[in-house]
Every structure is written in C-alpha cells, then in structure tokens.
Design a protein. Sequence first.
Length: 167
Amino acid sequence: MRLFSALLLSLIGVAIAAPAGSKKNVYLATCTTRGPECSIPILCSSLDNTSPSDTAAAETFSAVIYYNGPAKSRSSPTDVGTVSSPSRPWEGATRRASLDIAGAFEGKIDADAAALSKSQIAGSAKLGKEELVCFKDGEATFKFGEGLLALRSVNCRADYWCGSISV
C-alpha cells in the first residue's frame, strides 16, 4: 500500500509540474486581426467593441502560437504559424503549420474534443521531433502586434494548449 501511495503521489506531482514546467508551449488558437482598412490602431475601435464597419475589416484564422518556455501575458510569442484562413475547427483532423523558428508543427485533436472540460487531454502534436500532449483550453487569450511595425492588432483565444512531454 505504501508503494502504491508513493507512486500515486509521484505521478500527481508530475501531472501538476508538467504544464508549469513545459519546455515548449504551443497554443492552438482562433485569432482575429484587423484588415487593411484598420492599419492604424489609434484610429480604430478596439476588437472588443467592433462596429459593423470594423467587422468587415477583420480576418479570422487558425494559428499555432509557440512560446519557448512559459507563456507570459505581456510577451510576444516566440513564433506564430497560420494553419488556415479563414479559421477551421481543430477537432477531427490533422493540422499542420510551418513555424519560422520552431520548425514543422503537426497536431491531431480528437473529433469529440470540443465537448471536453478545460484541462482534459484532447490529442497530441509534434513540433519538429518533439512530442507534445494537448489539453482543452478555451480560456487563455493573447494579444500582439503583426507586421513590420506591429500596427495590426491580433487577438487570439487558445482552443487547446500543447505541452512538451519531456519536462
């Protein structure tokens, strides 16, 4: 019984430590960015308060957002790769993206993963040669600039989070 309890406690410790200590963090996200009609953010309303004219200028796409280490709320991602534009569901298909810094990404989210609760295992992925496990998210959000001068605002909601299995 003691051996079982010790094993169980060590597994719980690994499960808790893995997300916090993942070397690579990948978010499978649905993102919205302003189109060319809104290239000067100071003249545009925020994405949270879109008017009908702003909505026409918005573009929605599926993206892989990569952080080499823990994601920080005020830091830009290490790399971002577009998977599809317009956005498509992650569930039930293999999605691929090429990231400039991190390399090739391939993710497989289970067909029924949309019905999962937050933090439940939803699928698997591979970034370069590194294996990742993916969990349901739906809550984490990111905002960063796009383009040479970062004039275009990009807002993303993470549908899934994938962490490295080698902690």
